[in-house]
Design a protein around this ligand. Structure first.
Ligand SMILES: [Zn+2]
Length: 113
């Protein structure tokens, strides 16, 4: 259900921008997708296909730009990339990390006609 919600809001933003630009249709959505966001390309595409019917984005393509996850250690301040959710600080082996980036999912730009 998470993905349905985010896809709705991505599509809504794209359509608003298309209308503001007086576009006849949306050709492409460029989406920034954080690896730590919990969303996947497949599920966003799935809901997008469901939601876009009869809209300006009915034939639009989606391009994803992946954003790697960066964590910062709350104990020593070291930053590092994180591949998995069980993050351990490489400096002091603390497990108290906070997500700096990689949790986002937003529309970067659209291409219209
Ligand atoms: Zn640390």
């Amino acid at each position: 259900m998470h993905e349905l919600h985010i896809t709705e809001s991505l599509l809504k933003t794209a359509l608003e921008q298309a209308r503001a630009a007086n576009a006849s249709k949306v050709l492409r959505l460029n989406i920034a997708l954080g690896d730590g966001s919990g969303y996947t390309e497949d599920s966003i595409r799935f809901y997008f296909d469901m939601l876009r019917k009869d809209s300006l984005a009915a034939e639009a393509d989606i391009t994803f730009r992946h954003i790697g996850t960066q964590m910062r250690c709350r104990d020593c301040g070291a930053t590092s990339s994180a591949q998995d959710p069980t993050w351990v600080c490489p400096q002091c082996h603390s497990m108290r990390g906070e997500l700096l980036c990689g949790g986002e999912c937003y529309l970067e730009s659209i291409e219209v006609e």
